[in-house]
Design a protein around this ligand. Sequence first.
Ligand code: GDP
Ligand code: MG
Length: 702
Amino acid sequence: MSGEPKKILRIALAGNPNSGKTTLFNALTGAHHKVGNYPGVTVEKREGSRFRAGREYRFIDLPGIYSLTAYSMDEVVTRDFLLDERPDLIMDVLDSTNLERHLYLCLQFQELGIPVVGALNMSDEADAKGIRVDEKALSAILGVPMTKTVGTHGGGVEALLDLADAVAYGPSLSVPAAESAGLFKMSAGMGGPRRSILYGTELEERLDPLEKVLSGDVAFCARFPARWLAVKLLEKDAHAYEALKSHSDFVVAEQLAKEAVLWVERHYRKDAEIVVSEQRYGYIRGAVKEAVSIVRKPDFSVTEMIDKVIMNRFLALPIFVAVLYGVFQTTFVLGEYPMAWLETFFSWLGGGFQDLIPAGFLRSLVVDGIIGGVGGVFSFVPLIVILFFLLSLLEDVGYMSRAAFATDKFLHSFGLHGQSIFPMMLGFGCSVPAIMAARTLKSPRDRIVTILVIPFMSCGAKLPIYVLLSAAFFPEHAANLVMSMYAIGVALSLMSAFLLKKTILKGDPTPFVMELPPYRAPTIRGLMWHVGEKSWLYIKKAGTVILATSLLIWVVTTFPRYESAAPEQNLEYSIAGRLGRIIEPIFSPLGFDWKIGVAVITGFAAKETVVSTLGVLYRVGQEADSADENLRSALRADPGLNPLKGFVLMLFMLLIPPCFATLATIRVELGSQWLIFSFVWLFGLGWGLSFLVYRIGMFAGW
Ligand code: GDP
Ligand code: MG
């Protein structure tokens, strides 16, 4: 790099999914990582620093992608980041056991004109498989300095930083032999001329004039490097044509690009995009032939053997269902213990304050409002954490991609996609990370459908509502009823997806393109990372939205009051009671009175608060152990409720729009129109179905 050496080096970690970017990121940054929210982009990109010899290396862990042609959200995010933020260096993380595929992206990074270094990751696995990579030869052929790494135990990390130093601070790279052999093209890039591969005389003859015209607009090329854009235009990349519109010589450049595409397609009798990618693969094959040798063929592959069973045509789906069932059972069985501890802790805490603070508003505020409200929510954190842990485990081991394959056909018949399965399963924990996970879906339509049906997956916060109501009204069949709620949710999500895909989101299904990674032993560090990230979203919600709601609920159920009245009267007299009365007409056709109305409203803030609201509304004492049973009997004793209404209420809670945090996430991900659509759809379906069940039930005399 010319001029004063920069003290801070901004390095983007990029590469295919599952190449080990996050693992390497953790190894590089050690304990200094933090989860950063990028302005303008909603995906959470991780950023972390490493200091060495007075220099700071700032790493950004980008979403994994297969190509810089932006189809999926992840690809758009990564590509926009590289174009707009212009990191000083791209650290391309490659899976050494699958170089032919992973190098494809490397060549595209190179064209961006940003310096690239390669991390030949998973080199331990390559060694074990008898794949020998000559990194010196590979670096020379590709013009990208590379070194071997093992992300899982941080092997090769220092050498990788040395490479980064050499590229960023060292003298400009000498011209390797390959260059004089006519393999590269030099073009303007950051910090001096940059190499990129040549696409053969015929394509270069089309690219050359195009690049010249593009280079005419210097400001434009600062954002879209001429070489890169010329290739993208030849690939008929829609985003590239969009970008071209801001070029000063737009008309000429577009004309030239279209002529080039036409010429190539006529000459090769093939799609121009395919011609370009074949050239790239040809180049890569040459490089791999030179630099990679298979010392010995592995006798058998464990992955293949396991997949013979797990991916069997007939067994795959039943195995998936069994795995899902296992995940749930484990979550609930293991979750019971920490949940009980936390409940004990919070009731102990509440009891302590009960004794500390004299009776009055303050005591009621602290004990009922804050500790009662937030404690009720935190008790569910272990459940969520365990669920996320198990799902992350499945993801890290490599099962999740198989689940996507196994369910793809089934989900397709409902207009969903195999890749929808992971976001939907996360939805059982919390909708917020689930909706964000839908970013991996390629087609915008698939992504919208997936996001819209996620609220049907009963999230962790709805569970206590089911547990309370089924125990209160169906003590004999409580467990079955809870399960049936989950099942109804799944069935309705499939139905909704089907309807959406048949009507407003009509379109061809996108083909399934995803590689099956080999099974890998998960690392504790990686797991902690994934679990921590997803759970944090949930805990943040508990600490902010739910705390605020608890306080608000306390206020609206406490004020205004007239002294000396009985508690129930006081409640009716309070703001909550009055509001409940106002909206009662919405709920009375379903058989609910104002109290349920109040619970539904607080449920919008967070579903976790429904149970505690009912507790307040029915004024059951907070005395530790018996609180649950008290509330159950209070519900049973309410003449306004009965088993039918209990069931309808569960159904209603399952279907009505999710909490604010989820709605806000939908808005961020899809925009206000889809948010409104989702809200109306869920409320309409929830209300309509509840009404139907209630009326039929009444008629049948249930
Ligand atoms: P990302 O999708 O690129 O962020 O990949 P991850 O960092 O999540 O890694 C995917 C899987 O590969 C995880 O199970 C890692 O533990 C594993 N992994 C990462 N680097 C290595 C490595 O160098 N060697 C081996 N054997 N496994 C690795
Ligand atoms: Mg990652």
